[in-house]
Design a protein. Structure first.
Length: 360
């Protein structure tokens, strides 16, 4: 498995560059920054119902092979352009993985997948990959797990998620309040939405907390509050929560909390009984809800890669199957394309009618 490593990859494993140093080494061009800014605004427009398209956050459960990841990104860009009149596609680019017990924590934490934890190398690889994806004209989404990581890659992201295990964390609510992107908070692993509703409300307010500045120094971080927090339904407790009744109850919980009823449906995890082959069924149900007039469902998440399923990390990394997830199982590329094309075909007329102000 080839890797294009930056000079920082050869630093002492415990030494980290400052965010400013990494940004200087791997700068973001003005034109690419404009593309990312436009993508962020498109996500906001979807949540504000100014853009009637369905947002689709789709991609590998995690990025472990940069070459396969970029291969996937090129394919997705072509497909995103094909369905752009109806679907707003954002690539899932996850570098940090929360673990229930133990396991590989992602490219940033352990880029060589060998327990060496060369985080400086991982940060450089992650930033370079996000720049490559952005230069394709493809927006990127990620889960924000470590509160320091956004200082290194945050300006390259168009949508962020806070996971089911961290939605209750005050640290993550404070962090989300300062991210310059819409943030989806997942419901708890038990399936309840109250924790996520509280998190969305908390992150909408200003906060002050301990963090680091661009030069890597400890600093008091002051945030303005994030008005674009929203709920991600991912199922929980072994039960799905993507059906119309669960969506309606979730919307009521948001409105009771004084929040917009904006919901994204995660087609994986408990919503598919952790069976990647059922993700298409979840998407079909979401499409039917949209056709029935439910605008509270703003988007979906799909775990997808080049090959279907997943694989264990072998002792010899050369034995890894190309384009196959090493974390949660994914649908393959052919099914991904079929899912998005079918959703586009089903929703195209209703999206066009909403765009023109006609009844649907």
């Amino acid at each position: 498995m080839k890797r294009d490593l930056s000079p920082l990859s050869h630093d002492t494993p415990g030494a980290l560059p400052s965010p400013a140093e990494l940004r200087a080494q791997l700068p973001l061009s003005d034109s690419t920054a404009l593309l990312i800014g436009a993508a962020r605004q498109s996500v906001r427009d979807v949540l504000d119902r100014r853009d009637p398209r369905l947002m689709v956050v789709v991609g590998p459960c995690s990025i472990h092979d940069l070459h396969a990841g970029l291969d996937y990104a090129r394919r997705l860009k072509a497909l995103a352009d094909e369905v752009a009149d109806t679907l707003f596609v954002v690539m899932r680019v996850y570098f940090e993985k929360p673990r229930t017990r133990i396991g590989w924590k992602g490219l940033i934490n352990d880029p060589r997948m060998d327990g060496s934890f060369r985080i400086a190398e991982g940060l450089a690889l992650a930033r370079r990959f996000l720049i490559d994806v952005a230069q394709l004209g493809l927006p990127a989404a990620t889960e924000t797990l470590d509160p320091v990581s956004p200082q290194y890659v945050g300006e390259l992201i168009s949508w962020a998620a806070i996971g089911a295990r961290t939605t209750e964390s005050q640290t993550h609510r404070e962090m989300a309040s300062g991210l310059g992107v819409p943030v989806g908070f997942k419901n708890g692993t038990d399936g309840k939405v109250d924790t996520a509703v509280n998190a969305i409300a908390s992150s909408s307010h200003p906060h002050a907390f301990l963090g680091i500045d661009a030069d890597g120094r400890a600093a008091v971080i002051r945030t303005p509050g994030n008005p674009y927090g929203h709920l991600v339904l991912r199922g929980g407790g072994g039960r799905p929560n993507y059906d119309a009744a669960c969506v309606a109850l979730a919307g009521q919980a948001l409105e009771k909390g004084g929040l917009p009823p904006n919901i994204v449906i995660d087609c994986a995890h408990d919503n598919s009984n952790k069976n990647h082959t059922l993700q298409a069924r979840v998407l079909d149900d979401v499409v039917r809800q949209r056709l029935a007039g439910n605008r509270s469902v703003a988007g979906v998440m799909i775990e997808s890669f080049i090959e279907a399923g997943n694989q264990a990390i072998p002792a010899e990394l050369s034995a890894l199957r190309y384009g196959c997830s090493v974390t949660d199982p994914c649908v393959d590329w052919a099914e991904t394309a079929a899912m998005l094309r079918a959703a586009r075909e089903a929703l195209r007329e209703s999206v066009a009618a909403l765009r023109e102000g006609r009844d649907v």
